[in-house]
Design a protein around this ligand. Structure first.
Ligand code: HDE
Length: 711
């Protein structure tokens, strides 16, 4: 029967007989896979020292065969990912809405494994691509694994699963030359989007800075679809899931993202890994928006439409618990690559809705694991195992790990005493929500899904001036990479449905005019009455005009924890000014690196040696959040160092906080920076407090409009 539940998956693995040797090999002899000790791992078996290699060499063949089969198919989407272990703890019991045990017991720490990903790129692609980020959480609950397979954007491109292969074919590198990698800025993507007005809301998000996060630790997460909570009285509630990062939601600049892609394509992966190694555990609060069944039709959009969000002004997000990521994986392949998520991995108390995108996903994920992991036994891979033992009549298959000792593998049986037996709902048996269904079988879309623009406008109107200009620039960038003018023109028509000024600004950047009569998209689907109808996209009036939660300008800006600060220094640096600032920054939880023209040590003004962390040659301004220039002769020397000047100009261009000690302003003077006001994020009074407050602001985006510099 049920096995002992332990608190973390790692501990739990000790309870389960893994049937495989997971030892590290330290203090062990080298062996073959059959545990034969190997005497020589440097030479293959040959007919004489200079002779041919013998086919008999089973040790060579085993080693090379294993190597030849090391790769498994990468995920079709979300191939590039990184992950971490952690725990989830509830704040208050949610029994009023759901009977899910892990959402009712505040004393339990539910182990989790979280994988973040980009969607379009291959496994080796850059972290900083303009893209949606996957945010998948596997909760190892006592009642079984619950997977919340979400994204960092609350809506999606399409309304029906049947369009997913088309969307992905369009965004992936073009089939004739496999270009471009991990980028949506190409013909086929925008061709598809320009013909799919239902994508418009998602496009606004994807062209916003949400698609270029500063850190995976500074992203929101969303379940996207409406799900159902079911309580123990069988009452149902619609629910939307949220993850709210405690470090706030922050992004980089597009120019910066492109440069990071070259300087450190592993930027996000490294950032997550290093934060966890440093003990700065990333945290998110788990949020729910709950809508009673009776209110299903109360909104000006359909709750089943995945291109819509519920504005927080209409239904507030209740924060019900906290997730902390506290342990890096031991092995990337075994854990991050082999983890198998599935929106259909449920626990009692949570159920689906008829969202047609979600319904299609329920088929796709098992199917994908079969081709990717190669066997229906993928649940036996350690990272996919539940913390409680599986008991069923499924048997055999490729790479079966479990050795079933019982004689019966069928139900009903009498030989095995009827075991394993079904669980009643009161015993934790899963029952599907008894939704009443009485309708015709049709291939059709509900008219309540036909408004494709009102929430795109809501999103755009909710952005700060800087965020709006970033969206305009992203659209200019992407559409300027499109080689077919008709596609650009169709897109301008769609954008004019969102906001006329937006469309005009994008058109200006493309040297085009906004079409006075946007091309009407064709309705490819046949309505329920069987008569093809002209597609009339509609735009309803949103109940709210702007929504504060949609703008990153309103996020948390009171911490510099884990921020990366560069201190530019060389020989003759004022030791007191360097160490005072460094200590204050470290005390606030920031990470500090001393950057000099060369590696090794520099000598301070008091003759002490200071160890250099990075050089102007092996790192870059784009990898830091802020720059400090301590005083002394060092600043004068760096004023003659073009790479140091470039470092500062770039930090300024990307709107970061910069501080220079009172006697270090020569270096600032050598840069392009003219506006050295504290309000502009330039601190020249040597006061660490002011610098810390400026870093916490994340960026001074106003600079982009007021005082541009080349860099
Ligand atoms: Fe996925 N998606 N998806 N997706 N998805 C996959 O499953 C699919 C969708 C999401 O870190 C695949 O195991 C279809 C929405 C994440 O391992 C595949 C449709 C959302 C991940 C698949 C969608 C997502 C995936 C590829 C439309 C946000 C990475 C590998 C009906 C709510 C999980 C795999 C990880 C992965 C299919 C739409 C999120 C092919 C058919 C909407 C975060 O099965």
């Amino acid at each position: 029967m049920a096995k002992k539940v332990s608190s973390t998956p790692k501990e739990n693995k000790k309870d389960i007989d893994l049937s495989v040797n997971t030892e590290s090999g330290i203090n062990e002899f080298l062996t073959t896979d059959q545990v034969l000790r190997i005497n020589d791992d440097q030479n293959s078996l040959k007919a004489g020292e200079r002779g041919g290699t013998l086919l008999e060499d089973f040790i060579l063949r085993e080693k090379i065969t294993h190597f030849d089969h090391e790769r498994i198919p990468e995920r079709i989407v979300h191939a590039r990912g990184t992950a971490a272990h952690g725990v989830f703890q509830l704040y208050a019991p949610m029994g009023k809405y759901t009977k899910a045990k892990f959402l009712n017991d505040t004393s339990v720490q539910t182990p989790v494994f979280v994988r973040f990903s980009t969607v379009a790129g291959s496994r080796g692609s850059t972290d900083l691509a303009r893209d949606v980020r996957g945010f998948s959480v596997k909760f190892y609950t006592e009642e079984g694994n619950y997977d919340l397979v979400g994204n960092n954007i609350p809506v999606f491109f399409i309304q029906d699963a049947v369009k997913f292969p088309d969307l992905i074919h369009a965004v992936k590198p073009e089939p004739h030359n496999e270009i471009p990698q991990a980028a949506s800025a190409h013909d086929t993507f925008w061709d598809f989007i320009s013909l799919m007005p239902e994508s418009t809301h998602m496009i606004m998000w994807a062209m916003s800075d949400r698609a270029i996060p500063r850190s995976l630790r500074m992203m929101e997460g969303f379940g996207v679809h409406s799900f159902r909570f079911i309580n123990d009285k069988n009452e149902a509630f619609f629910v939307k899931f949220h993850w709210k990062p405690l470090l706030g939601v922050h992004s980089v600049a597009w120019d910066e993202a492109q440069q990071i892609s070259g300087k450190d394509p592993d930027f996000h992966r490294r950032d997550l890994w290093e934060a966890i190694e440093a003990g700065a555990f990333p945290e998110w609060e788990f949020g729910v928006q709950i809508v009673p069944e009776a209110d299903e039709h109360k909104f000006d959009f359909d709750l089943l439409d995945p291109t819509k969000l519920i504005p927080e002004e209409l239904v507030p997000v209740q924060r019900i618990g906290k997730m902390t990521l506290n342990r890096n994986p031991d092995n990337f392949f075994a854990e991050t690559e082999q983890v198998a998520f599935h929106p259909g991995h449920l626990v009692p108390g949570i159920d689906f809705t008829n969202d047609p995108l979600l319904q299609g996903r329920l088929f796709s994920y098992t199917d994908t694991q079969l081709s990717r992991l190669g066997s229906p036994n993928f649940h036996e891979i350690p990272i996919n195992r539940s913390i409680n033992t599986v008991h069923n009549n499924q048997r055999d298959g490729h790479m079966r790990q479990q050795i079933n000792k019982d004689k019966t593998s069928y139900n009903p049986n009498s030989i095995g005493g009827g075991c394993p037996f079904q669980a009643k709902a009161a015993e934790g048996g899963f029952t599907s929500y008894m939704e009443r269904i009485d309708s015709k079988k049709v291939r059709a879309r509900s008219k309540s899904f036909f408004d494709h623009f009102s929430q795109a406008t809501l999103f755009y109107n909710s952005q700060s001036a800087a965020e709006q200009s970033h969206i305009v620039n992203a659209l200019r960038f992407e559409l300027s990479m499109v080689t077919i003018p008709a596609i650009r023109e169709r897109m301008l028509g769609i954008l004019s449905m969102v906001d006329k000024t937006l469309a005009k600004q994008v058109a200006d950047g493309l040297g085009m005019k906004v079409p006075t009569k946007p091309e009407q998209p064709i309705n490819h689907s046949i309505p329920a009455d069987g008569k093809p109808a002209a597609f009339q996209p509609i735009k309803v009036t949103s109940a709210v005009e702007t929504s504060g939660a949609l703008s990153m300008a309103n996020t948390i800006k009171d911490t510099i924890q884990t921020r990366q600060i560069a201190i530019l220094a060389t020989d003759g640096v004022n030791e007191a000014s360097l160490s005072t600032m460094k200590k204050k920054l470290l005390a606030e939880g920031a990470q500090v690196k001393i950057i000099a023209p060369r590696l090794g040590q520099i000598t301070g003004d008091k003759g002490n040696a200071i160890t250099v962390d990075k050089t102007l040659f092996n790192t870059s301004s784009v990898l830091f959040d802020a720059v400090y220039i301590p005083g002394g002769k060092s600043a004068d020397a760096l004023a003659n160092e073009p790479d140091a000047i470039h470092f500062i100009n770039q930090a300024y261009k990307h709107c970061k906080a910069i501080a220079a000690d009172k006697d270090a302003t020569n270096l600032l003077a050598a840069s392009y920076i003219k506006n050295t006001d504290a309000a502009n994020g330039i601190i020249t009074n040597g006061n660490p407090k002011d610098f810390i407050a400026a870093i916490a602001q994340h960026r001074f985006w106003e600079r982009e409009q007021q005082s541009k510099v080349p860099a």
